[in-house]
Design a protein around this ligand. Sequence first.
Ligand code: NAP
Length: 283
Amino acid sequence: MTAQIIDGNALSRQLRTEVAKRAAALKARGVTPGLAVILVGDNPASQVYVRNKVKACEDNGLHSVLEKYEATMSEAELLARVEALNNDPSIHGILVQLPLPAHIDAQKVIEAISPAKDVDGFHIASAGALMTGMPGFQPCTPYGCMKMLDSIGYDLRGKHAVVIGRSNIVGKPMALMLLSRSATVTICHSATTDLKAQTLQADVIVAAVGKRNVLTADMVKSGAVVIDVGMNRNDEGKLCGDVDFDGVKEVAGYITPVPGGVGPMTITMLLVNTIESAERAAA
Ligand code: NAP
């Protein structure tokens, strides 16, 4: 079997067209959806992520404000900026790019963002809403993975999903989203003793580890859906995921590539959350 590719670029284009239409409808009512992105320091990867997010806003009719600060910015100064943006009616989403310099308590900064503008979905109120099935913003990466499953019409009810990774931004919310669709969910992590025994039982596998080749063909049941969240570099310096793509695609039913899979979907869901926030504010 050769797996069908779930194309994150194509799905993103489709979803971003819908975002642009919703942005135009809001503009016609005098509201321009606005996203504020705060970058502290000069982490090269963060600079690329932030640039991509700002460009995605501009390309789809959203207004974006990029605030760049020196790595020496104090926690109090950053908290004051967040507070000002909370009170700015032209801003519907606030994103503080992580990681922050070590002297700033990232969780404290995230908790300072108004939950109504928490388009990254990292605030404890957003996490609580996800856990209890209440409305709130969902973290963009797992939200994008769910959209990828929806794009192939996959019915999760009664299926066994294995999530590899338990971070607060990917693994745990991913597991909750799969659970909310009535999948039976197993969460694996670095202390899981026999990962292969778990993944071999899975109808759906989401790999969110940050290590190359964590998932190889011998660990995948025939026909399984494999979603690769990982972003790593191979020996040639090229972007690759956690999954041995060439091997696993011969066993899986569906697979997401890296690049061109979950990555573009993450930014797309940020746009979706920001539009959603602007629509709520304008209602
Ligand atoms: P993280 O916070 O470092 O979490 C990694 C998780 O993997 C941890 O829960 C860890 O377990 C687990 N783990 C480590 N080694 C393992 C092993 N050998 N077997 C099973 N589990 C193992 O990373 P993250 O923020 O969730 O991100 C994960 C990956 O996704 C990274 O490559 C990141 O760059 C990528 N990512 C991509 C996007 C995107 O848009 N495509 C967005 C976010 C993240 P413990 O908890 O036990 O340590």
